[in-house]
Design a binder for this molecule. Sequence first.
Ligand code: FEO
Length: 417
Amino acid sequence: MAKDIKADMKRNIVQITDNIYWAGINDRKSNLFEGLWPLDKGMAYNSYLVIDDNVTLIDTVDSGFVDPFFEKIKYILGKDRKIDTLIINHMEPDHSGAIGRLVSEYPDIELIGSKLATKMLDGMYGIKENVKSIKDGDELNTGKHSFRFHVTPWLHWPETIMTYEESEKILFSGDAFGTFGALDGGIFDDEVVYEQFESEYRRYYSNIVGKYTGYTQKALNKLQGLEVNKIAPTHGPVWRTNPGKIIEDYHKWSTYTTEKGVVIAYASMYGNTTQVVDLTARLLSEAGIENIKIYNTSKTHISHIVSEIWNYKGVILASPTYNMDLHPTVEALVHEIKHLGIKDHILGIISNSLWNNAVTKILSKFSEDIGWEMVAPPAEVKGTMKDEDFSAFKELADSMSNKLNHLYENGSAAMKH
Ligand code: FEO
């Protein structure tokens, strides 16, 4: 039986529906996700407990939070009930970290996931017993609830699936439709201000899932026929009021649909490159570009810059020459853009060099490799800005703004090639 919600409030237990509970954990301890991505606003690891004739858990939490997680699920279940089944939508340890303890606590539990997930169970935790792999379209009935499995690989690892609960039309989506950021009281989309999460949703999508945009599109197409009342992801708020919003954003992001604007990412050792970046930004502004976002790669983590690039069509990269190469922080950004294979942008290059113009060569090659059109020849400066350098920066800003004005002449944010 579901507990009385007032009693549950004492333990911060949240019901998604009558018999489905949020058993998630907020992580405000970790500085980085995957040892890489800053968690400025923390992170939520969502797990869901379904009380039915058979008790089902959907995903678990990071291994650093196993004790409070079990305290929560044991409170919901009471002393005598056990968990019959674990559905594994995703094996990354931020969701599988409690499986070892789960198997110790409930030795008869059946672990269900994709074929690859069951292999990973062995690889990661040495678990081979009571493991069942599902195929696309398989069903699990637990009494009143019926779960249909949809194989949706590469969201975000190759083994990922989504689980659709048919009686209440809830999509348990794994990493998809999730975000960085802890849940500060609000658990549902209608309890939080989306705008305060939006950039973190996009930073999460672009950096974590964005390499696999083709698979995101495949998954969205596959799920198109489903009536979805709620989306319950493994990170961030549960979408119970407006799940269409995040599906719409995923369509936008996974088709590289960008807005009119320019991201200028630069490094500057002694301020000279900063000077020409500010000049270029001013020229863009005078040419009517309103969204101009400047980031110093020595200061801002590349995940935030990548997220902004995902949102705006124009990109200008500016670097001093460093040991006959790009400045290492610009190089890291360029590497990440190539690694993610970000498509459909237009590029401007600013190169600063006293004696070896490696930046122009390297970024021109980058433009070819990534397939981003260069809007103008690289604007070059040798050390400090001179009067004779101005025309190159003017040409860069004019070409970028003209191109953007042309692409967005109807004011549309739709993808333009
Ligand atoms: Fe939330 Fe791919 O793990």
